[in-house]
Design a protein around this ligand. Structure first.
Ligand SMILES: [Cu+2]
Length: 126
């Protein structure tokens, strides 16, 4: 009887352990995916700036470019570009928003955070 109970407990541990392992393989932590990706643009909102300097983002015309907005700040931010029809809605800490910049028109477009007037920059499509 006691052996049966021990066997059940051991088997339960093995099943739960392997399910946890399989789950990790299928869904690696979100941040790893971002760092591995090299064909996309990662914009991190932190210390009330996008990528520290609100850089100009350069994108080629007619080539969709993946854009990831990640909020690493303690306050909420969003990412808006009206000219390109982008709007992340507000992101709380550690939230991200994945979209694409895609335009067949060259030009300069503004991007900004609607909560913080100093968080703004340009997207150049050329
Ligand atoms: Cu902001």
């Amino acid at each position: 009887m006691l052996n049966n109970v021990i066997a059940i407990v051991v088997i339960s541990f093995i099943i739960v352990g392997s399910m946890w392992g399989i789950g990790n393989l299928l869904n690696p932590p979100r941040e790893n995916k971002i760092e591995k990706s090299n064909d996309s643009i990662l914009i991190v909102a932190q210390n009330n700036a996008f990528n520290e300097t609100n850089p100009t983002i350069f994108v080629k015309e007619s080539i969709p470019t993946k854009l990831i907005i990640l909020n690493k700040d303690f306050v909420k931010h969003d990412f808006v570009s009206e000219g390109l029809g982008l709007n992340s809605a507000y992101l709380t800490t550690e939230r991200d928003f994945v979209t694409a910049i895609a335009s067949d028109k060259t030009g300069e477009y503004e991007y900004y955070c609607s909560f913080h007037p100093s968080m703004k920059g340009k997207i150049v499509i050329a």
